[in-house]
Design a binder for this molecule. Structure first.
Ligand SMILES: Nc1nc2c(c(=O)[nH]1)N[C@@H](CN(C=O)c1ccc(C(=O)N[C@@H](CCC(=O)O)C(=O)O)cc1)CN2
Length: 287
């Protein structure tokens, strides 16, 4: 029977003694460090770490450990999060017409590859758009939008996010620009898949932009959503070769696989608390 595990993620201004203080606190409260990754950003002089710890059944006094870490956080001006790995995050997925990323997320979730509670799917297109997809057990919310109804529709999106208790929002080719207000409400917990190798070809129709530019590589980028379109901190990217023979539709077709694997990596890493924000960038403690 695997022992209960927690994940501790932290960041703070770098100085000697951080690891010693954190490790001692974990030890003193009955925790056993299973894995530790750390990064010292010499440019920003900030320190980052991800530590997984386990403990014999009920040997870890979590409230006491949290209080001990609070004291360490005060001493080192540290931000930290301590999460029980058994607690699954509530995730909601937003999608528009192109559903290949949603299909991939559903498949991986049903396989057990994505440890999450999928609490809903929101689309500005009707259920008939996805007749080939199985939404069994996942509430589907059809929220159509026009330029005139954008604000009302977005209020509905926010209502569903709140009412489902969604902690993480995935834009799986959701082709609506979120207002500054909603982007702010979802800061650090909304991930978008952009279908280009950012910072190239931001905005709409990136494959057509890339084709017109005559690129020899196409790519996809998973990033946190901010008010500035496709400018949010990058989480994961991948590319594939293309050629002069490829039409825009060829690039769209080839790009689907890149988008799927980039988004599923980013989603899994977020679910495993592997991504830490580092200003306009990220630190990703990959496995
Ligand atoms: N505030 C943000 N919202 C969104 C972001 C973001 O980074 N910040 N990423 C986009 C995704 N996206 C490309 O990946 C994208 C989506 C939509 C558009 C766009 O021009 N949409 C038009 C409507 C298009 C349609 O209705 O088919 C619009 O909103 O007027 C460009 C890029 C998701 N949102």
């Amino acid at each position: 029977m695997p022992r209960p595990e927690h994940v501790l993620t932290l960041s703070c201004p770098n100085r000697p003694g951080i690891v010693a203080a954190v490790a001692t606190t974990i030890f003193e409260h009955g925790g056993n460090i299973r894995e530790a990754q750390q990064y010292d950003d010499v440019e920003t002089r900030r320190f980052f770490a991800r530590i997984t710890l386990d403990h014999p059944e009920d040997a870890l006094d979590v409230p006491a450990l949290r209080a001990g870490l609070d004291a360490v956080a005060d001493r080192f001006s540290m931000q930290f999060a301590l999460r029980d790995r058994a607690e699954r995050r509530k995730v909601i997925v937003l999608v528009s017409k192109f559903d290949h990323c949603l299909a991939d997320i559903l498949y991986r979730w049903r396989l057990g590859e994505l440890p999450m509670d999928l609490v809903g799917i929101i689309s500005n297109h009707g259920r008939e758009t996805y007749q080939h997809l199985d939404f069994t057990g996942v509430p589907f919310h059809y929220l159509p939008v026009t330029k005139q109804t954008k604000l009302e529709q977005e209020a509905e999106v926010w209502r569903v996010i709140r009412e489902t208790g969604a902690e993480l929002v995935i834009l799986a080719r959701y082709m609506q620009v979120l207002s500054d207000g909603l982007a702010a409400k979802l800061a650090g917990r909304c991930i978008n898949i952009h279908h280009s190798f950012l910072p190239g070809f931001k905005g709409a129709r990136p494959y057509h932009q890339a084709h017109a530019r005559g690129v020899k590589l196409i790519g996809a980028t998973a990033h946190f959503v901010t008010a500035d379109l496709d400018e949010g901190p990058i989480i994961e990217q991948d590319v594939e070769r293309c050629s002069h023979n490829d039409t825009p539709d060829d690039l769209v077709r080839q790009g689907r696989d890149i988008e799927r694997r980039v988004l599923s990596r980013a989603l899994l890493w977020q679910l495993e608390d592997r991504i830490l924000l580092n200003g306009a960038r990220t630190v990703v403690f990959r496995d």
